[in-house]
Structure formats: structure tokens, C-alpha cells
Unconditional design. Structure first.
Length: 139
């Protein structure tokens, strides 16, 4: 079980994005939960702690947690904190849905690095080729 300590690097936000900060954070939490980074029953950082660590308003984090709870990703327990729910049977949470989230994140980060879509496609194809070669060699 993960501790409730916060690794601020998990929550890089784009303040220039047209996507509101609270929604960027919510989407990031959903990704971290559905990808398995956070496991069922893991305790999330406190609202105050996360707000301080990533320098975002307390009310913004509170809104994220309330929204995640309403959508069934987390459960708040009074005086104990917020804990990750088992979402393995949740509609829309599947390998393909998680892969789509990961792919979207990959493309976004590559674009932030200044890569064109053609550059990203070539990089991705090279990565697939490397993995294919490893599989063929039995690694």
C-alpha cells in the first residue's frame, strides 16, 4: 500500500492549457488509478498536503477529490483520508481504455518537447520495432 505522501512530479500541470487545472488533476488521478500506479485501498495524499506540494489552491484539490469520489474512483473516510477504490469492474476501465489514456499522455508530452506528429509516429514505431526484436530474441 502506498503511503499518503505526495510525489509532486506526478502532478505536472499546464497552466497555459485550456483544460481547467482541477480537470487536469482529475484526469491525472484517473490515469494513476486505472494504470495501477495507485492500487485499491492505497491512501491518497491529504487535500491540504497535495495543495501545498503542487502549489494549487486547497479548494481546487477538494473539488478534484469530490469529483473522483462521485465517479467511484476514491472513497473518503472521515478522519482517515481518501482511499482508492477497486475500479477493475468499472465500465470504461479496461486495458484498452487505460492504453488510450497512456497513449494520449505520451503524445501530449512529446508535443510539449516540440516534436511533430510525424516525429512522434517515427519514435513510436522505433519503440515497437525494439520491443518486437526483444520478443523475437526471447528477452
Amino acid at each position: 500500500m502506498k503511503s499518503d505522501a505526495c510525489d509532486a512530479s506526478l502532478f505536472e500541470l499546464d497552466e497555459n492549457s485550456s483544460i481547467p487545472l482541477w480537470l487536469q488533476l482529475k484526469n491525472r488521478f484517473i490515469y494513476l488509478i486505472t494504470s495501477g500506479y495507485y492500487k485499491p485501498d492505497d491512501k491518497l495524499p491529504t487535500v491540504r498536503g497535495l495543495a501545498a506540494d503542487i502549489e494549487v489552491n486547497y479548494n481546487t484539490i477538494s473539488k478534484v477529490y469530490k469529483s473522483l469520489e462521485a465517479d467511484g474512483y476514491i472513497e473518503s473516510k472521515r478522519r482517515q483520508g481518501a482511499f482508492v477504490c477497486d475500479v477493475s469492474n468499472k465500465p470504461g476501465v479496461s486495458i484498452s481504455a487505460t492504453a488510450e489514456i497512456v497513449t494520449t499522455e505520451y503524445v501530449r508530452r512529446c508535443r510539449e518537447l516540440g516534436m511533430t506528429l510525424e516525429d512522434i509516429e517515427a519514435q513510436f514505431a522505433a519503440g515497437i520495432a525494439r520491443e518486437r526484436k526483444k520478443l523475437e530474441q526471447g528477452e
